[in-house]
Every structure is written in structure tokens, then in C-alpha cells.
Design a binder for this molecule. Structure first.
Ligand SMILES: Nc1ncnc2c1ncn2[C@@H]1O[C@H](COP(=O)(O)OP(=O)(O)O)[C@@H](O)[C@H]1O
Ligand SMILES: [Mg+2]
Length: 259
């Protein structure tokens, strides 16, 4: 039997919906429907996983929530406000949304510290507060030994830690993480899994996180959805999902083994 949410610290209690997707549909070209009539409620403080094979529409769904792209059809609500037409920067500011993109997300020729400083100068006005915040994040994410190293020379795991630290500078309430565990060694994945769970328990962040590897993702999620052929084919807690017929049929297959 699987050990799911093994990093669980505090039990998540489902409350009122913070983010609501209502009948979202998206296609970029005429004949290829990427998302078809997706409705989903995400309560405050939940860690929600988006699972699905490559090309399933995970990043597209995330980009629709952040406001990077607008759906062809449907509405998006945060805290009950219809924000479907709210531009990305206004959305980020008003609802405190931070995005960690699948690729990049940092300035490769700047050092760790300079990267943090660059973001802090945009989001924090007060210099003292900026310095305080940078030092706090350097310490929390154990970046001190590498603070003067240019980002391009950092290992994959350190880069991810740095982009997460950068995303937290403005004290977000909603964190969108696109495949933060991809292409990392098992030890680094475990460090990041611990960080993700800490973000939930310490900062009460609502986190939406994608991955195409179920095993690593399910270990940190309260709930997850599985996207396949433009639809949500399964939605539930990790324990529910691994017993879900649709999840097994469309995604896990017979080869999936749990820890
Ligand atoms: N801007 C775009 N223009 C055209 N097609 C796109 C665009 N963005 C994504 N797609 C297509 O949409 C599908 C879903 O992409 P994506 O959301 O990135 O999938 P995932 O993140 O699940 O791997 C893919 O077939 C991709 O080629
Ligand atoms: Mg993607």
C-alpha cells in the first residue's frame, strides 16, 4: 500500500473555495481541444496536484489561473470575484499569486543574492524590509554558501530552491508551481517535497503543483486531479486516486507501483 502524503504535518481541513474554475475550455488550434469544460474548486490552504501525461494541458490550466493566457470559454473566480478578464499583473497583486514556471524563472548571470534582490526591489518598497526578507529566505532555503555564485553555475536542486525563495519574497497567498520536481535526483526531490509541505503548514499557502510523475507528486498533495484527453478523469485524495478506476485506466496503468 502506498504511503501517501508522507510529508504530512498538519491535517488539511477542506473549507470554502478560494479558487473556482467554471466550465473552462481552451484550444489553441481549431482541431485540438486542450481543456474541455473543466470545473474545479480549490479551498484555501490546499495543496492540489495536477497530474497528466506530457501535453495533457497542465501548464495551460496553470497559465489560465495565473492569467498568462485567457480561456476561450468559461470563468475563473478567486475569493468569489470573477477575474476571468483581470490582467496578469493586477491578478498577481490583488490576490497575491506567485508563479514558478516550468523552465527558467531566474536571471542566470546574476548571483543567488542578486536574483533575490532583483525581485525584492519590485515587490517591497522599504529597503530595510527588503534586506530582512532576503536574509530570511537565504537562511530558510540554505543558500548562504552559494549567495555569491551566479545562478547558471548552481545545481538543479539549488536553482529550484532559489526560484521558490524568489517566489516567496512578496508573501504570496497562492503559489503555482509547474513541475518543480522534474529532472532531479531522488534526494533533491525529497528536500523539495519537504519544502513544499513546510510552505503549506508554515505559511498557509494554497499551492497548485503539476508533475507528470505521480509518485513524487502524490506524496505532497492533499488532493489531485488527473487530466486526460482535455477532461478531468479523476479527482480525489491520493488514497482515493490510487483506487480510482479512471485514474488507473487513463493514467497510472498497470505498471505503477507505490512506495
Ligand atoms: N501557445 C500555444 N499554441 C499552440 N499550442 C499550444 C500552446 N501552448 C500549449 N499548446 C499545446 O497544448 C497542449 C498542452 O500543452 P501543455 O499545457 O503545455 O501540456 P503539459 O503541461 O500537460 O505538458 C500541447 O499539445 C501543446 O502543444
Ligand atoms: Mg507543462
Amino acid at each position: 500500500m502506498a504511503v501517501v502524503k508522507k510529508f504530512r504535518i498538519k491535517k488539511f481541513k477542506e473549507g470554502k473555495s478560494l479558487i473556482s474554475l467554471k466550465k473552462i475550455s481552451m484550444r489553441f488550434t481549431k482541431n485540438h481541444q486542450i481543456l474541455d469544460n473543466i470545473s474545479l474548486d480549490i479551498p484555501k490552504g490546499q495543496v492540489l496536484g495536477l497530474l497528466g501525461p506530457n501535453g495533457a494541458g497542465k501548464s495551460t490550466l496553470m497559465n489560465i489561473i495565473s492569467g498568462l493566457i485567457k480561456p476561450n470559454y468559461g470563468s475563473l473566480f478567486i475569493k468569489g470575484d470573477n477575474i476571468t478578464d483581470l490582467p496578469i499583473h493586477e491578478r498577481a497583486k490583488k490576490y497575491k499569486i506567485s508563479v514558478i514556471p516550468q523552465y527558467g524563472g531566474l536571471f542566470s548571470s546574476l548571483t543567488c543574492e542578486e536574483n533575490l534582490r532583483a525581485v525584492s526591489e519590485i515587490v517591497i518598497k522599504n529597503k530595510q524590509l527588503r534586506d530582512f526578507k532576503i536574509e530570511k529566505l537565504i537562511s530558510k532555503f540554505e543558500l548562504d554558501a552559494n549567495r555569491k555564485i551566479e545562478a547558471k553555475y548552481l545545481s538543479g536542486g539549488l536553482k529550484r530552491r532559489l526560484v521558490i525563495a524568489m517566489a516567496l519574497i512578496g508573501d504570496p497567498e497562492i503559489l503555482l508551481m509547474d513541475e518543480p520536481l522534474a529532472a532531479l535526483d531522488p534526494q533533491t526531490i525529497e528536500i523539495l517535497q519537504n519544502i513544499i509541505v513546510t510552505l503549506q503548514s508554515e505559511f498557509n499557502l494554497t499551492i497548485i503543483i503539476t508533475d507528470h510523475q505521480a509518485r513524487d507528486l502524490l506524496a505532497v498533495c492533499d488532493k489531485a486531479i488527473i487530466l486526460s484527453n482535455a477532461k478531468i478523469v479523476a479527482h480525489g485524495t491520493p488514497n482515493e486516486l490510487i483506487q480510482n478506476e479512471n485514474a488507473n485506466k487513463y493514467y497510472f496503468g498497470n505498471k505503477f507501483r507505490y512506495r
